[in-house]
Design a protein around this ligand. Sequence first.
Ligand code: ATP
Ligand code: MG
Length: 209
Amino acid sequence: MSQITIALSKGRILEESLPLLAKLGLEPAGDIDRLLRVPSRDKNVSFLIIRPTDVPTYVEYGAADMGITGKDVLMENGSDALYEPLDLNIARCRLSVAARVGHKPGNGTRRLRVATKYPEIARRHFAAKGEQVEIIKLYGSMELAPLVGLSDVIVDLVATGKTLKANGMEETEIICQVSSRIVVNKAAMKMKHAAIQDLLERIAKVSGP
Ligand code: ATP
Ligand code: MG
């Protein structure tokens, strides 16, 4: 049996991945809050615990055979180098455009300013509508930007809308739905086909919509 390394996204995706893995008898056997690499109860499977945005890189280079990360991350870093065979239907949310309540942006003379952690997704979204925008890249707390005049709108993940509301903002457009996906290294898919196929089938059974 081949050894399989799975890159897990820490944070909220990990919290929702663990129950799913447990159903397969694959819970990490170690301190996932401190270790970066942990074995599982199955001696053929081990885990890397890394940031969601790093998962595609580890899998693309084959440092992990497969991984779990958000569709938002995959869309932003758009890579053909990975297979994306399975939607896990976990960590569900959506990518949206949001603005201050009552402020209708985008009718001024200058270009709309968009603050976001997702410059590529934002650029594509507005380009598809024929809108030239100015993208301002941020790394967190996007809701602050319109409040202090840094941007007119934000492009960010929304789950309940509570954070937006608390900051006097509202969704103005939904760009797309987001959930976490399995990604697989292309070479591993060939070289470790049986083991990976078996895992994918078992995961598919416990990840219904
Ligand atoms: P990084 O900065 O490396 O992307 P992070 O530390 O921000 O990671 P988390 O906030 O724990 O990581 O997880 C972010 C991922 O969780 C997102 O990429 C998305 O796929 C998923 N997610 C699901 N719901 C939400 C939500 N309401 N807000 C943010 N992320 C969410
Ligand atoms: Mg975060």
